[in-house]
Write a protein that binds this ligand. Structure first.
Ligand SMILES: NC(=O)c1ccc[n+]([C@@H]2O[C@H](COP(=O)([O-])OP(=O)(O)OC[C@H]3O[C@@H](n4cnc5c(N)ncnc54)[C@H](O)[C@@H]3O)[C@@H](O)[C@H]2O)c1
Length: 336
């Protein structure tokens, strides 16, 4: 049984706690939030003890693993402290994305997990859906031939104007993780951004809310990411298209629809959501967290953890290269 603590008990922390609560090999022993009422009101839902600081939680309950769902500036600024406290205390850590808005903090968290020999994962949940697994298998089996191109779109409506880089740092860990999941490590990046008018009322908009990013992968694939915070959230969330010498697939809306278009021959393979399950977006949290529980309780080698802390760091490194590219009007190397 994996004894779990969940840190940061708003919407996403409660998603994590509910996912652990459903799994037969996990028990939510503790929930923690610096806003006492948030931890206190969540604790009874999972039969957990409530704590109002991480050190207090670590001193009072026996845990194996935690989820860090603390958010903060650019949605990742508060993760560093609780992640480091829990790793230092010998606990495995699953951290929400973005791992951090600081690349140095991403590096330090991974170094601490390595030093302690602990599992460190990132909640890059969009890849934990059956159609993505099917598409990845097609790549591994050679159905697409040699990979050549990838297009990725991720767009939602988010009016928050908290910082210039909020959109790329907070949303695009997901899209870039899907790109890495299918095509591997990214070497070089070239990016353009713009700001939609009216995001800050009469004042000039703050956030670079639209992005067009070219990517060169280590295996020679050339890719493109389109991102936006200025679309209708009711519409399609994301689209991934990968093309090789023998055909291409389109994975639509994360888990809704997967189509393979062969280069030679006219028979399409069309896989629709209903064939898999009634998965919705909330279900991507269950899938990801249940995989984490299964891998941690099975004691897999640390480098086999899916959507690991290292992968969470690598997507942030691509994001920092995109910012560097735009600010310097140059092609930027991705440094990890
Ligand atoms: N994976 C996804 O699909 C997905 C979707 C949305 C948000 N997120 C991520 O989930 C995270 C949390 O999102 P949210 O909307 O619930 O955030 P939030 O800001 O609404 O809540 C964070 C909570 O953490 C608490 N907190 C902060 N520092 C703490 C600490 N040191 N100890 C204990 N509690 C602390 C805060 O008091 C707050 O209650 C963010 O990193 C966000 O980017 C992921």
């Amino acid at each position: 049984m994996l004894r779990v603590g969940v840190i940061g008990m708003r919407g996403i922390g409660n998603n994590h706690a509910a996912a652990y609560h459903k799994h037969p090999k996990a028990e939510v022993v503790a929930v923690c939030d610096i806003v006492a009422e948030r931890a206190d009101s969540s604790a009874p839902l999972y039969g957990a003890k409530s704590f109002h600081s991480v050190p207090e939680m670590l001193a009072n309950v026996e845990l194996d693993s935690v989820s860090v769902c603390s958010g903060g500036f650019e949605n990742g600024g508060d993760h560093f402290e609780p992640v480091m406290q829990c790793l230092e205390a010998g606990l495995h850590v699953l951290c929400e994305k973005p791992l951090s808005n600081s690349i140095d903090c991403c590096r330090q968290m991974n170094a601490k997990a390595d030093e302690k020999g602990l599992y460190f994962g990132t909640n890059l949940n969009h890849r934990f859906v059956p159609p993505a697994a099917r598409a990845k298998k097609w790549i591994e089996e050679g159905k697409l031939g040699q990979l050549l191109l990838m297009n990725m779109t991720m767009w939602i409506g988010n009016p928050a104007e908290t910082s210039p880089w909020f959109h790329i740092r907070a949303l695009h860990p997901h899209s870039l993780d899907i790109m890495r999941f299918f095509c591997g490590d990214v070497k070089r990046v070239h990016a353009f951004f713009n700001k939609a008018p009216g995001r800050s009322g009469d004042k000039p908009s703050v956030c670079w809310s639209n992005a067009q990013v070219n990517l060169e992968f280590a295996n020679g694939v050339v890719g493109h990411l389109t991102g936006s915070y200025d679309t209708n959230p009711e519409h399609n969330l994301e689209r991934a298209e990968v093309m090789g010498t023998e055909g291409r697939f389109v994975l639509d809306d994360c888990f809704q629809d997967l189509i393979f278009y062969p280069r030679r021959g006219d028979e399409l393979t069309h896989i629709r959501r209903s064939v898999f399950s009634n998965l919705n977006f909330g279900g991507t949290f269950d899938n990801r967290i249940h995989r984490w529980i299964d891998q941690v309780t099975a004691g897999v080698p640390r480098d086999e953890i899916e959507a690991s802390g290292l992968e969470g760091y690598k997507v942030q490194a691509i994001i920092e290269a995109a910012i560097q590219s735009f600010e310097g009007s140059c092609v930027a190397e991705v440094e990890v």
